[in-house]
Ligand binder design. Structure first.
Ligand SMILES: NC(=O)c1ccc[n+]([C@@H]2O[C@H](COP(=O)([O-])OP(=O)(O)OC[C@H]3O[C@@H](n4cnc5c(N)ncnc54)[C@H](OP(=O)(O)O)[C@@H]3O)[C@@H](O)[C@H]2O)c1
Length: 358
């Protein structure tokens, strides 16, 4: 199909907005003149700023756009939000044909943008590279349709599925190239999530603008631990914690403007993950990358939409080394949690396998 290649380019353009557009979708757009030549490109750069179509059309005059074609990954909007409706601008610019990757799942737009364009006599072609466009906006789709935070897990294991030795030694399982890719993956998510256990074992820095930390008993070293040195840290603790311990912690963090404490429900001496995920959503965190050990990975697995699994060609061969998902005793292989393959990449000598919920 002739529009597939152009839609692929739009998807690539859209990814330039990763990490900056949340809670909005990632959108890329290309404009062709009446002779089919590319005359402009645009993408949604930042939440609150122009949409992709507006960025692509804004500097063109009607002599350039008249009878042209606009290709866009997502249905153009028809409502006044932070910016005026893109559908109106497309009509104003006398575009003849609009090629769309996927319909918007936002109920205030879905189908209405297309109707507005059709009513103005514009030809619409829908569903070009639809699967890829939906993958591009998997976070937005989950947020809009389920009103929940998108959960991704990142883990790095040896060939025999271990994330650390029995003594907790884990630096480093994967190569520098793989660890550099982890930094790229982090940028796609609104926040990263880790635990007191991982902070105490590894003292990681985990640079990110937002960090969610599960510290039920407030046992991390708020003053010295690397994790608290940058970003906003949302620390969740057991609301039944002794008031004296809470007061001491509040005193310790009183000058740390980037650390915020949130009481949370617990179940069987563990943080209640349903409560946690709904609180995170209410805080406006639309996607989270979990970077923890096997216990939390295992508990949060049932909520996971996607897993980034780095595998290094190393074998520990020690049964008591830490497993990457440690949460159940199971005797029947048919009862294993199943996921769907998405992608494989090489960061020699390691691989990155990506899979998603079936
Ligand atoms: N290779 C990798 O990708 C990677 C990544 C991160 C960490 N690690 C390694 O993992 C090791 C730590 O693993 P870990 O399994 O001991 O710790 P973990 O999975 O990071 O954290 C487990 C702890 O989280 C807390 N927690 C709170 N709510 C929970 C819930 N609903 N379910 C489960 N846990 C909950 C509990 O501590 P409380 O009692 O405080 O509530 C629990 O002990 C470290 O040695 C670190 O090096 C490896």
């Amino acid at each position: 199909m002739i529009y597939d290649t152009l839609m692929k380019k739009c998807i690539k353009l859209a990814t330039k907005g990763m990490g900056s557009v949340s809670p909005n979708p990632l959108v890329g757009c290309i404009v062709l003149n009446k002779d089919g030549l590319i005359i402009s490109k645009g993408f949604h750069k930042k939440y609150g700023l122009n949409h992709a179509e507006r960025n692509a059309l804004i500097n063109l005059n009607n002599d350039e756009t008249r009878d042209g074609t606009l290709i866009v990954t997502l249905e153009p909007c028809s409502h006044f939000g932070k910016t005026p409706p893109c559908a109106d601008l497309i009509i104003e610019k006398e575009i003849k044909k609009v090629v769309i990757g996927m319909r918007d799942v936002n109920p205030i737009v879905s189908g209405k943008g297309i109707k507005k364009l059709k009513d103005a006599g514009i030809e619409i072609i829908e569903g070009i590279m639809e699967k890829e466009c939906k993958e591009l906006n998997e976070v937005f789709i989950k947020n809009m349709t389920e009103h929940k935070t998108f959960v991704a897990i990142k883990t790095a294991t040896t060939l025999d599925g271990k994330i650390a030795t029995s003594t907790g030694s884990s630096k480093w399982i994967t190569s520098e190239k793989a660890r550099k890719e982890v930094k790229n993956i982090r940028k796609r998510y609104d926040a990263i999530l880790t635990t007191a256990s991982t902070i105490i074992a590894d003292n990681p820095q985990m640079e990110h603008k937002n960090k969610i930390i599960l510290d039920r008993n407030l046992r991390t070293d708020f003053v010295n631990a690397q994790i608290y040195k940058n970003g906003i840290c949302y620390v969740f603790y057991d609301k039944k914690i002794a008031s004296e311990h809470l007061d001491n912690t509040l005193t310790a963090i009183s000058k740390m403007k980037n650390v915020k404490l949130y009481p949370i429900k617990t179940k069987f001496d563990k943080i209640d993950l349903d409560d946690l995920l709904s609180k995170i959503y209410d805080l406006g965190i639309m996607s989270v990358l979990v970077e923890t050990g096997g216990h939390l990975n295992g508990s949060i697995l049932k909520y996971a939409d996607k897993i980034y699994h780095f595998i290094a060609p190393k074998i520990l061969g020690d049964n008591s080394g830490l497993s990457c998902f440690d949460f159940q005793k199971i005797s029947d292989i048919a009862k294993a949690s199943e996921f769907e393959y998405c992608d494989i990449k090489t960061f020699k000598p390691d691989i990155l396998l990506t899979y998603k919920r079936k």
